[in-house]
Each structure stands twice: as structure tokens, then as C-alpha cells.
Design a protein around this ligand. Structure first.
Ligand code: NAP
Length: 325
């Protein structure tokens, strides 16, 4: 099968088309013929090893010390089940599915196997393959953090980076849980963030959102450029800072904050839960979570998709269609 591989860390040019063995499903696995995948900020991080402050060594240990251990990137996909292992009962050949192997990656390819009880579910009927593939990265990260924060209806939530892959899902899901949502974004993306349901939008290019004298129950930082102390200043009593793009300083703050006051910092990698994928499908089918697709690329344009994601300016998701001809 065809796949895009990278054998060394670097820019978009390290991503190359290659012929690799087609995977064979084990007894408990399904083989998905992939129709759509995405390039996420996670792909950018593992390709460049550009990780948040203080996490360089941990990243090399996890991803590969001198070169990547998993040569095929891509954490999201949607496609059709082509074959199933002999113990599989949940899926049948021909089922339309979407899945999120997450950190295990391997979706920038024509095929991927997944355990039937892994992070895979039937594709929502109201979504195309491209739309379904665009959902899990941002939505599962958002669900993880909002769960950890124990979000309650009526709470005031500020989302920094509301137009990104995570931020665009976070705004929609916080609204779904009944919060009053304020999105922080740049001038070009104000209308997009409002269209996702944000009650208010703040243009960070014109205004310092930490200097308005307003406080929030939850501040979600998906960008990681605002120091923890400034985010903590705009939290109400018992407020929670969700440091999605956390480096070592935010992780340390998550330890000391509860010792010194009522505010908490929640940081660290999102849990990878199988139950998230059917939950995301149900949210999408109910119209509570809508795909936000910025650009679409063909499979052969994978390096261009990487180059665009690397700008850090994408809105929602960048989708790549996977052709089989
Ligand atoms: N903890 C976890 O498990 C986990 C999981 C997923 C992702 N992450 C991390 O979360 C971060 C966000 O991921 P993502 O996929 O959402 O990234 P992304 O889609 O690449 O984010 C791009 C967006 O960020 C916005 N942005 C850039 N600078 C900004 C600023 N100063 N203020 C407000 N918005 C700004 C841009 O909007 P403008 O053009 O309007 O500035 C753009 O729409 C990444 O660091 C990623 O590594 C962590």
C-alpha cells in the first residue's frame, strides 16, 4: 500500500511517499480502507520535535530518540472496513467507520488496522468521510479536559485559541454543556468563532483579554503563550485553568496550585478512551459538534498539508483525502 513516511525529524520535506506492506488484521482487529485522514498540530509536533518548554527529552523517549520509531504519522481517519479478524463481532465488511489511534498514529496511509474495541466507531450518517476524520483529535481532547474540569451549566468559560483544531471543538462542547463561552482569536476568525456558538469573542490583536477585569470559572489555554500567573488572575475562586498546550511550568503549576489556593491547573496529555469515539459520533449526529474544515488536500499533497499546518494559523482541521486508484 501507499503511505507517507518520515525517517528523520525536520520540515515538511522529510515526509515522503513510500510503498509499505499492507497491514493484516489480527483475530480481534478490523482492516480499514482509509478514505480521509488529517494533518494535526500533533503531526507537526512529532515531525519537528517542537514540543512545549521542558518536554524535549520526554518527547524523544516517547517518539524515538534519534529518529521516529513510528514512520507513519496521522492520528485520525475515516474509511470502510475491508476485512475483519475471526473474533470480530462489532463490525462487518463494508461498515463505514472513523477512528482515532491517537499517539499510535499510522493514518497517513491507504490502510490501517484497529482493534474492534479500540477508538473506532461507525461514521455518523450525516457526515462525509472527510468531516468524520476531522473530529476526534479536537473533540476527544476537549472532552477529556472538560470532564477533568467537571464543567457545569452556567459556568463562564474563556477559550484562548478558539479557532484551532482543539479550540473550535472546545467552544462547541463547552456550549453543549451549557457554559457561557468567550472565544479569544484574531480579527479574521472572529466570525468563525461566533458561528461555533461563542457568546462573545475577543480579538487578541486589539485587546489584552487578561486586562478586562473579567473573571471566568474555566480558562482553556490551547495556545500556551500566556503565562500561568496571568491566566490564574482571571480565574474566579475555585476556577480551573485547562493548560492544553502545557509545558513543564504548567505541569509544575498543576501540582502547586491546589496547595496554595482554591484554583486548579489541569495539564498533561489527554487520556485516550475508546468510549470517546461513539460519544463524538453521537454529538455530531445530534448537531452539537460540527466539523470545521479549513483546507482539503489530495493524498499526493501531504507535504503541502504539513507545510500549512506548520504555519500555526489553521482554522479547525486540515483534511487529506486518500485515493486508491
Ligand atoms: N494535551 C493534549 O493532550 C493535547 C491534545 C491536542 C493538542 N494539544 C496541543 O494543543 C495546542 C493546540 O492544538 P490545535 O490542534 O488546536 O492547534 P492549531 O489548530 O494548529 O491552532 C491554530 C490556531 O491557533 C490560533 N492561535 C495562534 N496563536 C494564537 C494566539 N496568540 N491567541 C489566540 N489564538 C491563537 C490560530 O488563530 P489565529 O490565526 O486567529 O491566531 C489558529 O486558528 C497545540 O499546542 C497542541 O500540541 C494538546
Amino acid at each position: 500500500m501507499k503511505a507517507f513516511v518520515y525517517r528523520r525529524y525536520g520540515g515538511p520535506d522529510v515526509v515522503e511517499l513510500a510503498e509499505v506492506p499492507k497491514p493484516v488484521p489480527r483475530d480481534n482487529e478490523v482492516l480499514v480502507r482509509i478514505h480521509a485522514t488529517t494533518v494535526t498540530s500533533g503531526d507537526w509536533r512529532v515531525r519537528t520535535l517542537h514540543v512545549p518548554t521542558g518536554l524535549g527529552l520526554v518527547a524523544r523517549l516517547a517518539i524515538g530518540f534519534t529518529r521516529p520509531r513510528q514512520p507513519i504519522m496521522g492520528s485520525e481517519m475515516a474509511g470502510t472496513i475491508e476485512s475483519v479478524g475471526k473474533h470480530v463481532t462489532r463490525f462487518r465488511v463494508g461498515d463505514e467507520v472513523f477512528g482515532f489511534p491517537g499517539g499510535a498514529m499510522g493514518c497517513h496511509a491507504q490502510y490501517r488496522t484497529m482493534p474492534e474495541d479500540g477508538r473506532i466507531a461507525r461514521k455518523p450518517a450525516n457526515l462525509s468521510f472527510e468531516e468524520a476524520a476531522s473530529l476526534p483529535f479536537g473533540a476527544s481532547t476537549s472532552l477529556h479536559y472538560l470532564r477533568k474540569a467537571k464543567i457545569k451549566a452556567g459556568e463562564a468559560v474563556l477559550v484562548i485559541g478558539a479557532s484551532g483544531g482543539v479550540g473550535s471543538a472546545m467552544v462547541q462542547l463547552a456550549k453543549h454543556f451549557g457554559a457561557q463561552v468567550t472565544g479569544v482569536t484574531s480579527t479574521n476568525n472572529l466570525a468563525l468563532v461566533a458561528s461555533l456558538g461563542a457568546d462573545r469573542v475577543i480579538d487578541y490583536t486589539r485587546e489584552d483579554f487578561t486586562a478586562r477585569g473579567e473573571t471566568y470559572d474555566i480558562v482553556v489555554d490551547t495556545v500556551g503563550k500566556t503565562p500561568v500567573a496571568r491566566c490564574m488572575r482571571i480565574l474566579k475562586d475555585k476556577g480551573r485553568l485547562l493548560a492544553v498546550a502545557a509545558g513543564l511550568p504548567e505541569m509544575l503549576a498543576s501540582v502547586w496550585a491546589p496547595l496554595t489556593g482554591s484554583r486548579r491547573v489541569i495539564a498533561g496529555p489527554a487520556e485516550e478512551r475508546a468510549g470517546d469515539i461513539p460519544e463524538i459520533a453521537a454529538l455530531a449526529e445530534a448537531g452539537a459538534l460540527k466539523p470545521v474544515i479549513d483546507r482539503r488536500y489530495r493524498f499526493a499533497q501531504m507535504p503541502e498539508a504539513h507545510a500549512y499546518v506548520e504555519t500555526g494559523r489553521k482554522r479547525g482541521s486540515v483534511v487529506v483525502s486518500v485515493e486508491h486508484a
